[in-house]
Design a protein around this ligand. Sequence first.
Ligand SMILES: *[C@@H]1O[C@H](CO)[C@@H](O)[C@H](O)[C@H]1NC(C)=O
Length: 213
Amino acid sequence: MRTPFHSLPLLFFSQSLLLGQCRPDPDPLQDYCIADNKNTFFINGVPCIDPKQASSSHFVTSSLSKPGNTTNSFGFSVTATNTVNLPGLNTLGLILARVDIAANGIVPPHSHPRASEVITCLKGLLLVGFTDTSNRAFTQNLNPGESFVFPKGLIHYIYNRDSKQPALALSGLNSQNPGAQIASLATFASKPAIPDEILKRLFKLVVRSGDYS
Ligand SMILES: *[C@@H]1O[C@H](CO)[C@@H](O)[C@H](O)[C@H]1NC(C)=O
């Protein structure tokens, strides 16, 4: 059966809805669920305060107004909204992060197991990229005003190409708790350490795959 051309976008849209490809965290069952940060028990998320106690202050934060401290071995700092500094975002399935990167600093290859990320370069010259599950790499230079998207769970990096000026970027992620795993730290700086015989095998694998190039 031929599909009329004009209904194709609708078809793709409803297909992606059916397959759940657009979904961030589970939908809230009420307008909002302001995080009750005083609780001491664990649930999947953060419980809410009585909606009658809600005020504008629960929905505003200046947490992203100041540059982070980029004096560390990689030269970057990420400051993100969360259920503590912005309790009103609880259950809404998103956060916003401020990324400061020193001259030639890097946010090293890492992944967010629970979120896709869209990054906008606000200041400076960035080199960004990610690798997909077939080890195909995508890289792009970003100038101020340009955005790039890192698909959910894939390893990606952000590098400040400028050797003199710091860079500033803003990232939106579609989970209130995206998680972040830095590949090199997870491999070489875990506690306790990954057994030597495993790491030795890993090194051999890297050398051998280099031979093929
Ligand atoms: C930034 O962090 C470094 C290293 O931890 C520290 O020595 C320095 O005082 C910090 N700078 C500011 C402005 O907090």
